[in-house]
Design a protein around this ligand. Structure first.
Ligand SMILES: [Zn+2]
Length: 253
């Protein structure tokens, strides 16, 4: 199937739904449960989509380009990314089934489009569709696995490997080699000082893996970035694939 390469507000939902890995698993019947309630929106870089403590009233399904960080802020103001969401997932009351306040901030790191719909519509659709219900249970598992892997990663893996891993995840979600991200924001995501990220970025540049162009990070050697990355990138990707399978209905035995 030829996928539309440029989804923006105004694109049809039929075109857009296939660009989110969760929505792409829906049958035509299942889609009719969601489509009448959905609209395409564009999320801006730095936009705060959810604040910790806020009860979500809408859920977002990112398409290519959009990357949302879930950030936990500690006393004293320091924060770190605990998980990220892109075209493989969804945001807003997904894990809690809409019954609890968000535990983290949700901030747009890489701008892009998403399908937005009221959480009540999603919950109604889940009650009407066993596949939708199972899909979000399995996605919750995948999201939790990302958090668990990040705990291990942050405890033991060196910053170079963590930065390489983050860039690989970001490139997947951006569906582009160009990541509109400053070193300062990357430092905030990784929970380290900017000087630390500067040093890491210099090493990655000297190895020819990335380049800085017009305020953005350009991934110039993805294979090389894989070699520098810790095992956590592959662990998260493999688990996601095992849980959701190529068609989102679970891996075949
Ligand atoms: Zn790691």
């Amino acid at each position: 199937m030829d996928l539309p390469s440029d989804i923006s507000a105004g694109s049809t939902l039929e075109q857009a739904f296939v660009l989110n890995r969760l929505l792409a698993t829906l049958s035509p019947t299942e889609r009719t449960l969601l489509e009448p309630h959905a609209e395409i929106i564009n999320c801006r870089s730095g936009e705060q989509l959810l604040t910790a403590g806020q009860v979500a009233t809408r859920c977002l399904f990112p398409f290519d380009g959009l990357m949302i960080s879930l950030k936990r802020v500690l006393a004293g103001g320091r924060s770190v990314e605990v998980a990220a969401i892109g075209r493989e997932g969804a945001l807003g009351g997904i894990v809690s089934c809409g019954q609890a306040a968000a535990f983290t901030h949700a901030v747009v790191q890489l701008p892009g489009p998403a399908a937005a719909l009221p959480l009540t519509a999603l919950e109604d659709a889940k009650r009407a569709s066993p596949h939708l219900q199972n899909l979000f249970c399995r996605y919750s598992d995948a999201l939790l696995s990302q958090v668990m892997q990040s705990v291990a990663c942050n405890a033991f893996h060196p910053i170079e490997a963590r930065a390489a891993r983050w860039l690989l995840h970001a490139q997947d979600r951006a569906a582009s080699d160009r990541l509109a991200l400053t070193q300062e924001s990357l430092a905030g995501l990784l929970g380290v000082q900017r000087t630390t990220v500067n040093a890491v970025a210099r090493v990655l540049q000297e190895q020819g893996l990335i380049a800085y162009r017009r305020g953005a990070i350009q991934v110039t050697d993805r294979r090389g970035l894989h070699k520098v990355s810790c095992e956590c990138y592959a662990a998260i990707e493999d688990h996601f694939h095992a849980i959701l399978g190529p068609d989102g209905r679970g891996a075949r035995p």
